[in-house]
Ligand binder design. Structure first.
Ligand code: IPM
Ligand code: MG
Length: 366
């Protein structure tokens, strides 16, 4: 029988700063595990580096391994080297295949402003200080996965098309996750759609209302996506949990990320029905700064915290990692992306490795 505190994790560092940051995030993961949790880490190529070595962004063997472990931790994939490949062969396709292959339909993207970073946001400090939003993005359906899709010649003109569809079960399951999570937070869900134009999101709205009848204690509102984008920068603290489809969630989560100061701070968890999860920072591979010890490791480190919380059933370890990050920021440590414009004396600019060192030092001191 498997020991309760022994867990297998597949690590897919990926490309650019994804691969650069990963060993640092693993150092934090191991430090946090201490003697209490035994981690069995496996590694595989993923994204662009997998294209280079195996001709595909994700081999079937890698997917099979991902399906057998307790959790998968991804860095980031993509880069200019692979940009001109057809969509089917791009590194991003590996990510989409992994999400779908694990059936990780609920993507949790918290946008939380750490108090010391409120000033790093491009928005006024008072708008973002204390911000704590959770975006629940549907991740395995919608226009990202709909068929038919393609580019073909029609009437002598090239024609590109995709299909934006959801069946009611896909909407129900992600909505339930959002309501359940709202119950543990401030009890509010805002469902984002474009029900004034798109039939698929009319259905989205109807189904969300139906699911709500089992969650009458949670306050439900609906918002069109264009308005939601505006409200996120106008008055972000009005939101608690936002639930939305795949593409709207992709866009809104980048907006929400910026409220917190930097995309370099945002972790995410993608869960399936059995809480096996896929964990990844929201940021990309940042090829311009990759390999220069400039990248902010905190989004991946905070993704490790989510991994402990949701897949390893160790919420206290998650809390301790998040608290360590908070203290490090409190003490003034900043990577370039979260440097204030006019840094005060206590602000120390650090690289990827030193940021990780100070997080580990805080963890070990707690
Ligand atoms: C994200 C990214 C991905 C997405 C890309 C890299 C496929 O933008 O995770 O937000 O669109 O889902
Ligand atoms: Mg995105």
């Amino acid at each position: 029988m498997k020991a309760q505190n022994s867990h297998s994790i597949l690590v897919l560092p990926g490309d650019g700063i994804g691969a650069e940051v990963m060993p640092h995030a693993i150092r934090v993961m191991e430090a946090a595990a201490g003697n209490r949790i035994s981690l069995r880490l496996e590694y595989a190529d993923f994204g662009g580096c997998s294209i280079d070595r195996h001709g595909v962004p994700m081999t079937t063997e890698t997917l099979t391994r991902a399906q057998c472990v307790d959790a998968v931790l991804v860095g980031a994939v993509g880069g200019p080297k692979w940009d001109d490949l057809p969509v089917e062969k791009k590194p991003e396709k590996g990510l989409l295949g992994l999400r779908a292959g694990l059936d990780c339909f609920a993507n949790l993207r918290p946008a939380l402003t750490f108090a010391p970073l409120a000033e790093a946001s491009t928005l006024k400090t008072e708008l973002v200080a204390g911000l704590d939003i959770l975006i629940v993005r549907e991740l395995t359906g919608g226009v990202y996965f709909g068929n038919p899709r393609g580019v073909e010649v029609r009437d002598n003109l090239r024609y590109g098309f995709n299909t934006f569809g959801y069946d009611e079960s896909e909407i129900q399951r992600v909505t339930k996750v959002a309501f359940e999570l709202a119950r543990k937070r401030r009890g509010k869900v805002c469902s984002v759609d474009k029900a004034n134009v798109l039939e698929v999101t009319q259905l989205w709205r109807d189904v969300v209302k139906e699911v709500h009848s089992d969650y009458a204690d949670v306050e439900l509102s609906h918002m069109y996506v264009d308005n939601a984008a505006m409200q996120l920068v106008r008055e972000p603290k009005q939101f608690d949990v936002i639930v939305t489809g795949n593409m709207f969630g992709d866009i809104l989560s980048d907006v929400a990320a910026m409220l917190t100061g930097s995309l370099g701070m945002l972790p995410s968890a993608s869960l399936n029905a059995s809480s096996r999860g896929l964990y990844e920072p929201v940021h990309g591979t940042a090829p311009d700064i990759a390999g220069k010890n400039l990248a902010n490791p905190l989004a991946t480190i905070l993704s490790v915290a989510m991994l402990y919380r949701y897949s390893l059933d160790a919420p206290d370890i998650a809390d301790s990692i998040e608290a360590a990050v908070d203290r490090v920021l409190e003490h003034g440590y900043r990577t370039g992306d979260i440097m204030p414009l006019n840094p005060s004396e206590n602000i120390v600019r650090v690289g990827t490795d030193q940021m990780t060192d100070v997080v580990i030092a805080e963890l070990e001191a707690s």
